[in-house]
Design a protein around this ligand. Structure first.
Ligand SMILES: *[C@@H]1O[C@H](CO)[C@@H](O)[C@H](O)[C@H]1NC(C)=O
Length: 495
């Protein structure tokens, strides 16, 4: 490997943009350098329209690419979120994104969790390749906070982690992938922290006002994730967002793995990523794939469970390709790319002889509501016959855990319903079970959520499923101030 490191030294200095991730990538760049076929940086590639008016796959922007990936949960039961996040990271890296253009935030407490029988290993589909290998986390542990997420997106100076922050400009394309739990009007962060729809909206507004993107694409996996953009994201902000679900339904976990005792992925997330893997690394991007086409494919795979939604600049999604966000613009599109080849090989061996079509069927069969994952996991563990091995022991008293789960959900429901009673009396009956068709007042909802979170109880994984109650109160004309004063008169908030 002495040769490899020598080449690495030469090429990194001479050619600049290399895929230093793998030796093969270096070799690719070395060849360009040796034989004068230098990779072109910041090329302006003109946008070709075919006769049908469809994009032909060439890039139509002059900037570069940036990505922010966030897994907002913690704990082994949420294995799938960090597996999704590292999988997204692998796709971007294999597509030429250099490390310093991807910012990855995740607690990083799963790969080496005592409950993981395969330390240092995360997979995102049955028998899949280890997506944790080479997955570089920039903000981990207690640095995965709403404040740091906002700072990263708005390019502020960071004083924690490795200090990476978004440095994108007005011509750049920014890809944001958020994966976690959510509720009506909010998404979650580790340790019971939250971001409301209003807060996310104002972060995006700051990015817009500070010219931090030409186009921004947001893929969001979370329960009730539609509520983060519905009636809120304008269609003239050059932002296209898709979400795993509407604002009134759960998102879905999938791929149960008995040996790991966990779900490996989320249905919406594995659907877009398997689609991208196939497009880029198996089919070698032979056909054009627009953002809209990817959305349609993901919808087809997911919609029996939850219906993915799209918001913002939807016309743009009809002409822009997924390349423009999931592939680094400095990449030399017309040359065989060895970062890609490496991923293609990994995927082939990771598929265990299975086809994407077979995985697709499996993913649909295995889908369970994210809200039921803990209970479902515990129930499956109770039924397992190899219950006394060492890793099983790491789960503790399963039956007690299961009871705790149900008790915590019941308590959370009681708190919301008591607050609602104090606001609306008997009109509050049944609000926790009533669907929110559309959020009318995001200000009231966000303020009410913050009031509940700060003054009643942190909106953790048990409480998160009931914030729809607050949406209904706001929709029927009550104010956040009324919710706030009701909290003071709600004894169960003090427990
Ligand atoms: C759920 O949300 C979708 C889209 O946001 C909406 O069309 C539908 O009416 C809602 N369903 C209910 C039962 O409120």
């Amino acid at each position: 490997m002495k040769f490899a490191s020598t080449v690495l030294g030469v090429v990194v200095v001479s050619a600049g943009a290399v895929d230093a991730w793998s030796f093969s990538g270096v070799w690719d760049s070395f060849q360009h350098w040796m034989f004068g076929d230098t990779p072109v940086h910041h090329r302006q590639i003109h946008h070709h329209q075919s006769e049908s008016g469809k994009a032909t796959g060439s890039l139509d922007f002059t900037g570069t690419n940036w990505a922010v990936i966030v897994a907002g949960s913690d704990g082994y039961f949420n294995y799938r979120h960090q597996a999704d996040a590292c999988h997204a990271y692998q796709i971007l890296r294999a597509n030429g994104y250099p490390e310093d253009h991807i910012i990855l935030m995740m607690k990083d407490d799963v790969a080496n969790n005592i409950r993981n029988p395969f330390p240092g290993n995360l997979i995102n589909q049955p028998g899949g390749e280890n997506v944790y290998e080479g997955c570089k986390v920039d903000y981990r542990g207690s640095d995965v906070t709403p404040e740091n997420f906002e700072k990263v997106l708005t390019g502020q100076k960071m004083h924690v982690g490795n200090g990476k922050t978004l440095k994108s400009g007005p011509d750049d394309h920014v890809f944001v992938n958020f994966i976690d739990h959510g509720g009506v009007g909010l998404i979650a962060f580790p340790e019971g922290k939250i971001v409301t729809s209003r807060q996310l909206h104002s972060t995006l507004e700051k990015m817009k006002d500070n010219d931090m993107y030409g186009k921004l694409v947001f893929y969001m996996e979370a329960c009730e994730s539609g509520s983060m953009f519905d009636n809120l994201l304008p269609n003239d902000w050059n932002i296209f967002a898709t979400t795993a679900s509407t604002g009134n339904q759960s998102s879905y976990a999938t791929y149960w793995d008995m040996s790991r005792r966990t779900f490996l992925g989320d249905l919406y997330s594995v659907s877009w990523m398997e689609d991208s893997d196939k497009h880029f690394f198996i089919d070698h991007a032979k056909d054009i794939e627009t953002l809209e086409k990817q959305y349609t494919q993901v919808y087809a795979r997911t919609s029996k469970s939850s219906q993915p939604q799209q918001y913002g600049d939807i016309p743009y999604a009809n002409k822009a390709t997924i390349e423009e966000f999931q592939q680094y613009q400095d990449n030399n599109l017309n040359k065989p790319n060895f970062g890609r080849k490496r991923r293609a090989d990994q995927l082939k061996s990771g598929m265990n002889g299975k086809t994407y079509a077979e995985n697709r069927v499996q993913a649909e069969l295995d889908a369970v509501s994210s809200r039921d994952v803990t209970a479902q996991t515990l129930q499956r563990l109770m039924g397992a016959n190899d219950v006394d091995d060492e890793h099983q022991a790491a789960f503790g008293d399963i039956e007690a855990e299961l009871q705790k789960e149900y008790r915590n959900i019941q308590r959370a429901e009681d708190r919301f319903m008591s607050v609602a009673w104090n606001v609306a009396g008997s009109k509050s009956n049944g609000l926790h079970e009533k669907y929110v068709s559309s959020i009318k007042d995001h200000d009231c909802l966000s303020d009410s959520i913050v009031a509940f979170h700060e003054e009643c109880h942190p909106i953790d994984e048990y409480h998160i499923r009931f914030t729809r109650v607050l949406a209904h109160l706001c929709d029927s004309g009550h104010t956040a101030t009324e919710v706030k004063s009701a909290i003071v008169n709600t004894p169960s908030c003090q427990w």
